[in-house]
Write a protein that binds this ligand. Structure first.
Ligand code: SDX
Length: 437
């Protein structure tokens, strides 16, 4: 980042001395005002709940232009990566800053492939969960538990340890997500195979069983791989900020990723794909396309508390580029499976069309986000609704760990410790019990 020629001057109407604050320019995107000396100079904090106007860090990993609907991983547009690369190439890019050449890719794929098994004792953690436990509760627990097996490589100041932890997390998440699914349906766990690609391996661990051979469907594998690319990273979203804040205390990377999974679970964030599909199924049950008008009216009624799940975004005030790519993937998968008449896909497209012509959504710049179509394509792939956010977590693990690594290796890194505007009771004396109201 570079110093801007212009400065920000903060002046106060009560005659307090004004303060000059430096402005920094990034490569692209909004400038930032450095307020680090504000409290020391004025005794005042800034106030920004939800961080609507706050840059919490500098980063070189992912850039989003919300007005243009643009998403770049290390400078490469998501539209180009989704077509020209696979997920492991994208992982290499996010971790290292450059796309791999053929030799680097082969070495990286081999390394990840050789870390896909989990410790044999990991299976016993599952037994403590109810079979119908939400998969995200199982993943928070089992990913956090991974750290109990790797005492040999948890020194976060050691770059090699950080690299090994990143590989272990990227490699083992698919195995744990598939184990979570198998446990929920009472089928035996399926071990990973080293002769399959990352996404083919995951599909086999999910859907094969010991009683018959499993045939990989390349179209479905490619669709899953693209879904993982689209979800891999997304700047300083809520779960990434959670991972950074957890990591700022020096917590080990497995615990930090478990914290990210917990945050992603929320319906306002990664849980929206599950909620969006539930919403479509509810509308379908009540009559489908004919009931869209009634549903939209409910969404516009603030008292209903109903939101159009899979719509809206803190940053995108235009179409989420991932949603467009997800819709195309949806179309390809449904065609491949002979489901081009899938009623939910038709309902989703009708709902999108109506919403995008309705002033309530247009005036609030509410467009479909990555979660609007992802549920339909995952459902077509055979992934159960409750596991949709687990797939999101599997994909986002590389983004989380790349952001965590960028933070830990930043010499300016400090523990994150926001302040507050206190609106509670001033100091008062404790009354004896007899005098309490
Ligand atoms: C993800 O940050 C990321 O990058 C996240 C993510 C990633 O890759 O990490 O992109 C993944 O989380 C995508 C978002 C998935 N969430 C949903 O689809 C849930 C539905 N969306 C909303 O909850 C909401 O849009 C948020 C949470 C996504 C964004 O909320 P903001 O930025 O705080 O905006 P807001 O709630 O202040 O909304 C502004 C207005 C409000 O109306 P007014 O008070 O101005 O009258 O728009 C309305 C909101 O009520 N609004 C919606 C709406 N989203 C916003 N109204 C109906 N349906 C919606 N979906």
């Amino acid at each position: 980042m570079t110093n801007s020629d212009t400065k920000a001057t903060l002046s106060f109407s009560d005659g307090s001395p004004s303060l000059e604050l430096p402005i920094y320019k990034g490569t692209i995107g909004p400038d930032v005002i450095d307020i680090r000396k504000l409290y020391g100079s004025t005794g005042k904090f800034t106030y920004d709940p939800g961080f609507m106007s706050t840059a919490a860090c500098n980063s070189s990993i992912t850039y989003i232009d919300g007005d243009k609907g643009e998403l770049l991983y290390r400078g490469y547009p998501i539209e180009q990566l989704a077509v020209n690369c696979d997920f492991l190439e994208t992982c290499y890019l996010l971790l290292n800053g450059e796309l791999p050449n053929q030799g680097q890719k082969e070495k990286f794929v081999k390394t990840v492939t050789n870390h896909t098994m989990v410790h044999e004792q990991m299976q016993f953690f599952f037994r403590g969960f109810r079979r119908d436990a939400h998969p995200m509760s199982v993943l928070v627990g089992t990913v956090g538990a991974l750290s109990s097996f790797y005492h040999d490589s948890l020194d976060i100041t050691d770059q090699h340890h950080r690299e090994v932890s990143a590989i272990r997390l990227i490699a083992k998440l698919p195995t744990l997500v598939a184990m979570t699914y198998k446990y929920s349906i009472g089928q035996p766990f399926v071990y990973p195979r080293n002769d399959l690609s990352y996404s083919a391996n995951f599909m086999r661990m999910m859907f094969s069983n010991p009683c018959e051979d499993y045939k990989v469907n390349d179209v479905l594998v490619r669709a899953l791989d693209r879904i993982l690319i689209l979800h891999a990273d997304h700047e300083q979203n809520a779960s990434t900020s959670t991972v950074r804040l957890a990591g700022s205390s020096g917590a080990n990377p497995f615990a930090c990723i478990a914290a990210g999974i917990a945050c992603l679970w929320g319906p306002a964030h990664g849980g929206a794909n599950e909620a969006a599909l539930q919403m479509l199924e509810d509308i379908q049950k009540e009559g489908g396309v004919e009931r869209i008008g009634e549903f939209i009216a409910k969404v516009k009624d603030k008292n209903s508390g109903v939101k159009l799940m899979g719509f809206g975004h803190r940053v995108y005030k235009n179409y989420d580029p991932r949603a467009k790519l997800m819709r195309e993937t949806c179309y390809e998968v449904l065609n491949e499976l002979g489901l081009h008449d899938d009623p939910l896909f038709k309902l989703a497209m009708a709902l999108e069309k109506i919403a995008l012509e309705d002033d309530y959504f247009v005036s609030r710049k509410l467009y479909p986000n990555v979660d609007f179509y992802s549920g339909i394509v995952q459902r077509a792939l055979g992934i159960p609704v409750a596991l949709f956010t687990g797939i999101f977590a599997m994909a986002r693990t590389v983004g989380w760990i790349a952001q965590w690594n960028e933070m830990i290796s930043d010499p300016e890194q400090k523990i994150g410790r926001p302040r507050q505007l206190f609106v509670g009771s001033p100091k008062r004396e404790v009354p004896p019990m007899a005098k309490r109201g």
